[in-house]
Design a protein around this ligand. Sequence first.
Ligand SMILES: NC(=O)c1ccc[n+]([C@@H]2O[C@H](COP(=O)([O-])OP(=O)(O)OC[C@H]3O[C@@H](n4cnc5c(N)ncnc54)[C@H](OP(=O)(O)O)[C@@H]3O)[C@@H](O)[C@H]2O)c1
Length: 339
Amino acid sequence: MKNVLVLGGTGFVGAHVCEKLIRAGLRVTVPTRRAVNARKILHLPALTVLECDVHDEAALTQAMDGVDAVVNLVAILHGSPAAFEWVHRALPEKIARACVAQGVRQLVHVSALGTDHQKPQACVSNYLRSKGEGEAALMRGLGWPQDKAADALAAVPHTGLTVLRPSVIFGAQDQFLNVFAKLQKWFPVMPLAGADAKFQPVWVEDVAAAVVQSVLRGLSGPPRWEVYELVGPQVYRLRELVQLAARLSGVAGGRGRPVIGLPRWMGKVQAAMLGLMPGKPLMSGDNLDSMQVDNVATAQFRGLTDLGVTPTALAAIAPQYLVADRSQTGLLGLRRRIR
Ligand SMILES: NC(=O)c1ccc[n+]([C@@H]2O[C@H](COP(=O)([O-])OP(=O)(O)OC[C@H]3O[C@@H](n4cnc5c(N)ncnc54)[C@H](OP(=O)(O)O)[C@@H]3O)[C@@H](O)[C@H]2O)c1
C-alpha cells in the first residue's frame, strides 16, 4: 500500500481528498496544528492524524519518512503580506527540500487560478503573488527548470510536480455560496464590490478527483512537471452567483436581495470594516485586489478533462445543499442556521 501525506487534509478540500485517496487504496497521513481540527476525517479508515507544526522543517521531513506522495493544500485567504509569504512561499520551499531529502516520488500542490509562477510580481494581490512565488519555489527546490522542457534536461528530477490551479470551489461546506445565502438572510440589500468579476466555479469533488488522479499518475509514470487549471463548465459574474445563492436558498421567497454594485474604493472601505468584525473576515482588500482579473481558465494549460474528470455544473449541485438548508425550518433549521 502506497503512503500519501496530505498537508491541509483537515480543510474543506482536504476532507474530500483524503476520502478519495483512501477509496483509491492509499494509506493517508494528515498533519494538523491541532488534532481537534481533524474531527471531520477521523472516521476514515487507513487514515492517521499527526499533530505537528508543518513549518518546522525537521518535523516536516520526519513526517515524510516512507511517504510515496505528498499533497499540499495548506493556504490562507486573508492575512498580512508576511503571513502570505510564510504560508504560500516559505512552506513550499521547505516541502520541496523535505521531498528531496526523503525521495518522495510525487508532489501535488494546490495553488489558485490567476497566479503566475513565471511573473509572480505581476499578480494583482498578495494572495496570488505569494501563490506564484510558492509554485516557483517548488519548481526550483525540486529541480524543475522553468525555461526547459523536461526531456531536454540532463538529469530528470526524482520528484514529479503537479500544480493544480482551481477557480473558486463550491460544495456543501463551501464558504462561498453558503456565505452569500446567509448574508442575504440577515441584510435587506447586498452591497457588493467586484460585482462584475467573472468566476468559473469548480465542484470540490472534481478538485479532489483531480488531486487523486495526479497522485496516481505520478506514482505510476515517469516524473513530470505539469500545471492544470481546474474550472467548472460555466462562467458567472459575482452578482449572478449572489443572486443564484439567494434563489436556491429561498431568501425573500427566492427573489433574493437587491444587489448594489460598489465602486472599488467603496469596496475597500467595506472590506476594511468587515476586517474589524470578530472571527475570520468575510472579505479583505486583498480579496478585492484578486478580483481585478477574471478568475476563468486561460486555456494556456490543461484542465480537468485531461485528468479524466468531467467538470460538474454548479447548477446541478448547488441546489442540493442550498435548498436542503431552506427545507429545514422550525427549531432544527434555527439550530442549523445559528451554528
Ligand atoms: N476554497 C476555495 O474556493 C479555493 C479556491 C482556489 C484555490 N483554493 C486552494 O485550495 C487549497 C485548499 O483550500 P481549502 O478551501 O480546503 O482551505 P481550508 O479549508 O482553509 O484548509 C486549509 C488547511 O490548511 C491548514 N492551515 C491553514 N493555515 C495554516 C497555517 N498558517 N499553517 C499551517 N497550516 C495551516 C489547516 O489545517 P489545520 O488547521 O489542520 O492545521 C487547514 O485545514 C488551498 O491551497 C487554497 O488556496 C481554494
